[in-house]
Design a protein around this ligand. Structure first.
Ligand SMILES: C[S@@+](CC[C@H](N)C(=O)[O-])C[C@H]1O[C@@H](n2cnc3c(N)ncnc32)[C@H](O)[C@@H]1O
Length: 240
């Protein structure tokens, strides 16, 4: 996969690209990341990319002609162009899965007051990473790249992410490691007896319990299996 990031602040990505799983994925040619400073698509001698808002008001608006030139120069028939914007569709794991199947992503980072509205006609998607406003699209572009790269073949093992929260529609079950007892709190004995059938059942039940408590909205449209319905009944009785 190739990810092109259009940004005014390429240096913000230095740490992101040079550590841990992202660095390893780049080194192993699983992903190629290109940072493109879209100032180079400005057509004035001072490299301006923004201007004051029509109608007045605070801040600066990124010009649509600059971004259009940047998109045209970088897109090909395989590209999927996503605008980072708090007004976009809310980012979720299923969108990460969808994006991980594309051959090339172009992520456009805004700054200041955001973009000239007309740029929306030149992109394939608009994504928000949450109902809050950041100073720029660089952190959203990192969050999206990170969540997509970890799903690519050989970035991490499939087992490392297939039980993660959201990948099967629930929050992940509780995880423990040594010491077995800490400050009077003991690891559940079922995890220590090596019985894989019981461990699987315990984990599914605790996933359901956590999701019910913390994110009941995730269960609203779920088609439950017979086993899940039975475990939910048990949980309800236990919590009474
Ligand atoms: C200060 S914000 C502009 C917000 C814009 N004036 C609005 O109210 O919708 C600057 C840039 O940060 C990025 N950004 C901020 N919050 C974001 C979020 N929650 N998700 C995705 N991008 C975001 C976008 O690229 C945006 O153009």
């Amino acid at each position: 996969m190739k990810i092109k990031i259009l940004t005014l602040f390429p240096n913000m990505f230095n740490g992101f690209l040079s550590e841990s799983i992202i660095k390893r994925s780049i080194d192993n040619n699983i992903v190629e990341i290109e940072l493109i400073d879209y100032r180079k698509y400005s057509n004035d001698k001072h490299n301006h990319v923004d201007d004051t808002p029509c109608g007045g008001g605070a801040g600066m608006v990124i010009k649509c002609d600059v971004l259009d030139r940047a998109i045209k120069d970088n897109r090909n028939e395989k590209s999927y162009v996503c605008l980072m914007t708090p007004q976009g569709r809310p980012y979720k794991e299923d969108i990460a899965i969808e994006l991980s199947k594309k051959e090339e992503l172009i992520l456009i980072c805004g700054h200041y007051e955001g973009f000239d509205e007309r740029i929306r006609d030149y992109v394939d998607d608009e994504i928000s990473i949450g109902d809050f406003v950041l100073t720029g699209g660089e952190i959203p572009a990192m969050a999206i790249s990170d969540s997509v790269i970890r799903l690519l073949d050989d970035a991490i093992t499939k087992e490392s992410y297939e039980d993660d929260s959201f990948s099967y529609g629930l929050l992940e079950y509780p995880q423990y490691t040594r010491p077995i007892e800490y400050d009077g709190k003991v690891v559940p004995s079922v995890l220590l007896n090596g019985n894989h059938k019981l461990i699987r059942e315990y984990r599914l039940k605790e996933s359901l319990r956590k999701t019910l408590k913390r994110r009941p909205d995730l269960l609203e449209n779920r088609s439950f299996t017979k086993e899940e319905l039975k475990l939910l009944e048990e949980i309800k009785k236990e919590e009474e």
